[in-house]
Design a protein around this ligand. Structure first.
Ligand code: SIN
Length: 484
């Protein structure tokens, strides 16, 4: 229930004003089914006002010095860390992330703000040697313009700052439409950015229960010059088509189906530990969670035994409880998908070595809980082996050779993250080079970090977020040719 510490805002943040459009939608605590807030339900009218304000604010913000932008970002970073506990509680309440992980997410999210507060000062141009003496060739950097960002519920803070921080550093204004399940963290960030000194209209948060209606207005407007989206491939490809009509720059971070390869020479203790984190982090609700664990047949028995024991040790419970490792799924739709995937696998002959059923921890009704599940005897036809489950489910399969492991790993239309566990350095190069993925963790189940580029290939998206590559997504390179 609100307030959580200093945070109590439920209105939309448009043109520097807390705005009540009249209508409201409910934000539900997925652990209990209780309503925790009624949030502004914006529509096309608010969307038009936000575009207008973003355009005006862009003119002023893009004219500030990079040192000014950097200072605002540093203040935001400090405020986020100062209010770490309240931000963490807010996101645990609205989307069910275990509190230990929510605290980690605040630090991760603030890490993007810190990184781009520094990177703002390093948006360099170039001088390129011309082919004749009377010419000079300059490359200037310019912000792309007002940006429209759509963020998911699974990282209510970090997926916002991963987009917003480089955009602000580059000199862009930004309209954010957060997921309907987790608007409160986004509104809290707006409050902190205002306190950090960001001028009105540079960052706006348009909360809505009708994302398609709001997005239509914003994407149809030629003044919005960039779309950045994290979410499903299905929605992302529709937005891509919509953005094409006004030829916007686009970054899409879409679904994945991550293979986790454990070779016969791997450090098995390490592989088990990292597989548990990778598959069950955020209750299995990340785009980079291990979806298919492939283990060499020579070590599969030993791996499975230790893996099942480790997963058995995960504690399911209230996200606000310090000892909870696994919280609820975000909503009914998420719960139904996980159940359908597991039921499909069991019906087709897979065996649940652990879990396989919904749960009601402590006898509490109303929460979308599913037991941490390990499936053996999985084959390629099962939905768990082909589609992103987005839940606490780890299907384990086997392979006989390196060539087979790579072929199975690449046998998917997705290409976001893959994982390789081996001690053989030559194999590290062979396999990482052969994997058709944007991110590869070698003996590392959680590779994402603010300074490195995050993003996928194939149906997993276009563009990169994080590091120097992440800021280029918000910069136009202008070629200036000077004849002396
Ligand atoms: C995601 O699930 O899209 C983000 C995961 C991460 O940043 O580690």
């Amino acid at each position: 229930m609100l307030p959580v510490g200093r945070f109590s805002k439920t209105d939309a943040w448009i043109a520097g004003t807390w705005t009540d459009p009249g209508a409201r939608f409910r934000v539900i605590n997925p652990a209990t089914g209780e309503t925790i807030a009624e949030v502004a339900d914006c529509g096309p009218e608010e969307a038009r006002r936000a575009v207008e304000a973003a355009e005006t604010a862009f003119r002023a913000w893009s004219g500030t010095s990079v040192y000014e932008r950097s200072a605002v970002l540093w203040r935001l970073r400090d405020l986020m860390l100062e209010h770490r506990e309240d931000l963490a509680r807010l996101m645990s309440l609205e989307m069910g992330k275990p509190i230990k992980e929510s605290r980690g997410e605040v630090v991760y999210a603030a890490g993007f703000v810190e990184w781009y507060a520094e990177e703002a000062k390093r948006i360099f141009g170039e001088i390129i040697p011309a082919s004749t003496l009377e010419k000079r060739i300059l490359i200037q950097a310019a912000p792309v313009g007002p940006v429209y960002g759509i963020t998911p519920w699974n990282f209510p803070a970090a997926m916002v700052t991963r987009k917003l921080a480089p955009a602000l550093a580059a000199g862009c204004s930004f309209i954010l439409k957060p997921a309907e399940q987790s608007p409160l963290t986004a509104l809290a960030l707006a409050e902190l950015l205002h306190e950090a000194g960001l001028p009105p209209g540079v960052f706006q948060v348009i909360t809505t229960h009708d994302p398609a209606g709001v997005s239509q207005v914003i994407l149809d407007d030629p003044r919005i010059r960039k779309l950045t989206f994290t979410g499903s491939t299905e929605v992302g490809s529709k937005l891509y088509a919509q953005a094409a009509a006004t030829v916007k720059r686009v970054s899409l971070e879409l679904g994945g189906h991550a293979p986790f390869l454990v070779f016969e020479d791997a450090d098995l203790d390490k592989a088990v530990k990292e597989a548990v984190t990778c598959a069950f982090r955020n209750t299995g609700q990340t785009c980079v969670c291990a979806n298919r664990i492939y283990v060499h047949e020579a070590v599969a028995g030993r791996f499975l035994e230790a893996f099942v024991e480790a997963v058995r040790g995960l504690k399911v419970g209230d996200p606000l409880d310090e000892s909870t490792d696994i919280g609820p799924l975000v909503d009914q739709q998420g719960f139904d998908k996980v159940k359908a995937h597991v039921d499909d696998a069991l019906r087709r002959g897979a065996k649940a070595l652990l879990g396989g059923t919904p749960l009601a921890p402590g006898g509490r009704a109303g929460g979308y809980y599913f037991a941490p599940t390990v499936l053996a005897g999985v084959d390629a036809a099962m939905r768990v082996a082909r589609e992103e489950t987005f839940g606490p489910v780890a299907p384990v399969l086997t392979f006989a050779s390196e060539e087979e492991a790579v072929r199975l790993a690449n046998d998917t239309p997705y290409g976001l993250a893959a994982y390789v566990f081996t001690k053989d350095v030559s194999r590290v190069f062979r396999v990482t080079e052969a994997l058709e993925y944007g991110i590869v963790g070698v003996n590392d189940g959680v590779p994402a970090t603010p300074q490195a580029p995050f993003g996928g290939v194939k149906l997993s998206g276009v563009g990169r977020e994080g590091g120097t590559y992440g800021i280029e997504e918000y910069i136009e390179r202008k070629f200036v040719s000077i004849k002396l």
